[in-house]
Design a protein around this ligand. Structure first.
Ligand SMILES: Nc1ncnc2c1ncn2[C@@H]1O[C@H](COP(=O)(O)OP(=O)(O)O)[C@@H](O)[C@H]1O
Ligand SMILES: *[C@@H]1O[C@H](CO)[C@@H](O)[C@H](O)[C@H]1NC(C)=O
Ligand SMILES: *[C@@H]1O[C@H](CO)[C@@H](O)[C@H](O)[C@H]1NC(C)=O
Length: 312
């Protein structure tokens, strides 16, 4: 059977964001009136896959949603973005992952996440997706699904010579040390680097040091994203740690910036495999910097046609 080959395969999460804006957050037992409600597509895995797809590579998503309205809707969202959905499973044993978010007028929020169907993604689905994973140029995983499933997907990719990007988000303190060994690029933000190394990461100097510590654990390269400061890039073959700044922009909503960065990085690794990693990070910074200038998560992710030609 002839199987299609994909540039970027993401094994990860899908979440529906249910966002209510209200003057304040309700207390226990209280009902209050809000002034705006909207539904958004989220989940780190899906976000990263959609950003990569919008930059113009062939992508496939391996994930699990519920046999419900939100699941059907999410599959349509993937199709609308040109993401291949044959490996999106639907289960009647759990609901599509959902995040109920209340935001008050001061911009503070209270969030309940129910991972639901995401936690049911396992070995069976990975086996079904093996033809895609084994021929992928780049495989991307995070930690919003069962860590064992992520680790197994990374191993499958490695065994088949696909490049791997691992984003340990949300970070867990007792991360299996094998995650470092199966990561070509280990990419996290400051708070995740802090949790994983146990030392504070609040400035460039500390980021370089945390990167060195993570690199020692066995990954090929480490990237730590630093919000408006861009990112730092460390490679196992070189003993240097490079700061890659991002141009100053006016940020209006930084939700999902890290996922935009990782989706863009996956795109560059797949489509420009010989480009130096610092240059990929420099360009991924610029893609993510565009995403922070518009509201929403996926709604803020740029398409190739809206980006300057020098990024391609
Ligand atoms: N205020 C900002 N100005 C410009 N770029 C930004 C800004 N915030 C984030 N970015 C870009 O997005 C990337 C990821 O942001 P970061 O805040 O580190 O991740 P996360 O979303 O995980 O918190 C940064 O490396 C940078 O390229
Ligand atoms: C890093 O990412 C996590 C999600 O995994 C998020 O909760 C946290 O706010 C981010 N930290 C920074 C400094 O942006
Ligand atoms: C990069 O993508 C373009 C299409 O956008 C394709 O023509 C080209 O072959 C790709 N290059 C690599 C190295 O994958």
């Amino acid at each position: 059977m002839a199987e299609e080959a994909f540039d970027v395969v993401v094994v990860g999460s899908c979440m529906t964001d249910l966002v209510s804006q209200a003057p304040r957050l309700p207390k226990a037992g209280e009902t209050i009136h809000g002034h705006k409600f909207f539904i958004g597509f989220g989940g780190k895995g899906a976000n990263q896959c959609i950003q990569a797809a919008r930059l113009g590579v062939k992508t496939a998503m391996v994930c699990k949603v519920g046999k419900d309205f939100f699941g059907d809707n999410y599959i349509q969202n993937f199709k609308d973005n040109g993401v291949h959905t044959d490996f999106v499973g639907q289960t009647s044993d759990a609901a599509t992952g959902a995040a109920s978010i209340t935001v008050n007028d001061a911009g503070e929020n209270a969030i309940v996440i129910v991972a639901g169907a995401n936690m049911l993604l396992g070995r069976e689905e990975l086996q079904k997706a093996l033809p895609a994973i084994s021929r992928a140029k780049v495989l991307v995983c995070q930690l919003e699904i069962s860590p064992q499933t992520s680790l197994e997907a990374l191993r499958m990719a490695r065994d088949n010579k696909a490049k791997t990007i691992f984003n340990p988000a949300p970070a867990i303190p007792d991360l299996d040390p094998d995650f470092y060994k199966v990561s070509d690029v280990f990419c996290c933000n400051e708070s995740e680097a802090e949790l994983l190394t146990g030392s504070s990461v609040t400035n460039l100097e500390e980021a370089h040091r945390a990167g060195q510590e993570l690199l020692k654990r066995g990954c090929g390269s480490v990237i730590i994203t630093l919000g408006p400061q861009g990112s730092v890039v460390l490679k196992a073959q070189e003993s240097t740690s490079k700061h890659v700044p991002v141009p100053a922009v006016t940020a209006v909503d930084t939700t999902g910036a890290g996922d935009s960065f990782i989706g863009a990085l996956a795109f560059y690794m797949a489509n420009y495999s010989t480009m130096p990693l610092e240059e990929m990070a420099r360009r991924a910074n610029q893609v993510a910097a565009v995403s922070v200038q518009a509201v929403g998560t996926q709604t803020s992710y740029p398409f190739r046609r809206n980006l300057p030609a020098e990024l391609f």
